[in-house]
Design a protein around this ligand. Structure first.
Ligand SMILES: N[C@@H](CCC(=O)N[C@@H](CS)C(=O)NCC(=O)O)C(=O)O
Length: 232
């Protein structure tokens, strides 16, 4: 059955949707191909069929699945190929990574990256993103830009559990990559495609080496998406 993935599309074909990168890597991990449908973030009519207003959305035959975590579970439970979680215990621990990244890392990274995103979308999407992000993060984009250096330091500090893990093993999931890696990696991929600031310090070896390893997975699926700034 054909799979269709709805994700955000910006100017010049930029696919900058943070959460959809988790799904893109999950599909590749399982050896699945999906037709990719870009939507503009302000165009809610394009995704009204899903009964909600966010991407990623996976259409799998007659089934519509929203939310990247639910999509990962759907792929794991309904499709073959290598496991995304490595069993029930791994699924439970990947859920912890999902909660950690969504509740701490995404908001901290958004304070650094969000003001840049409006440059890679059209005016209507830019106005939408500014309004959603400024409300959600409680600051204007101008304030976020002014505070960027401190925010970047705070983000790098928050990554410590991942850094400590990667000192002991090549991937967050152990010897080989799995969904937990894609969850955290999606934040860096968002920054790489939409941002102008490198979230990782080059000298941060366990983190940058891991980032490079995930960029290269699946014939360079992630690295083939053009980076906005060389610094990313
Ligand atoms: N918890 C959801 C979050 C999805 C989400 O926030 N998606 C963003 C794009 S990356 C979105 O569609 N935002 C819609 C908007 O800002 O109007 C998931 O994991 O998929």
């Amino acid at each position: 059955m054909a799979l269709v993935l709805y994700e955000l599309g910006g100017r010049d074909g930029a696919r900058y949707s943070l959460f959809s990168w988790r799904t893109r890597l999950a599909l590749a991990h399982k050896g699945l191909a999906a037709e990719l449908k870009p939507v503009r973030v302000s165009d809610k009519a394009a995704i009204a069929f899903s009964g909600q207003a966010k991407v990623p959305i996976l259409v799998d035959g007659d089934t519509v699945v929203c939310d990247s975590w639910k999509i990962a579970e759907h792929l794991e439970d309904r499709h073959g190929g290598p496991s995304l979680f490595g069993g029930a215990v791994g699924r439970g621990l990947a859920r912890v990574v999902n909660a950690w990244v969504d509740r701490q890392i995404v908001p901290a990274a958004a304070l650094v990256v969000a003001p840049d995103v409006i440059d890679i979308v059209d005016d209507q999407d830019a106005a939408h993103i500014r309004s959603v992000m400024e409300k959600g993060l409680g600051r204007s984009f101008e304030t976020m830009r002014a505070e960027r250096t401190e925010r970047l330091t705070a983000l790098r500090r928050l990554l410590d559990p991942a850094r400590a893990t990667l000192r002991a093993q090549p991937f967050l999931s152990g010897d080989a990559p799995a969904y937990g890696d894609y969850i955290l990696f999606s934040v860096f991929q968002w920054a790489r495609i939409a941002g102008t600031v490198a979230l990782l310090d080059e000298a941060d070896q366990p983190m940058t080496a891991w980032h490079g390893r995930v960029l290269d997975l699946y014939d360079g699926l992630a690295v083939r998406a053009p980076a906005r700034a060389a610094a990313a």
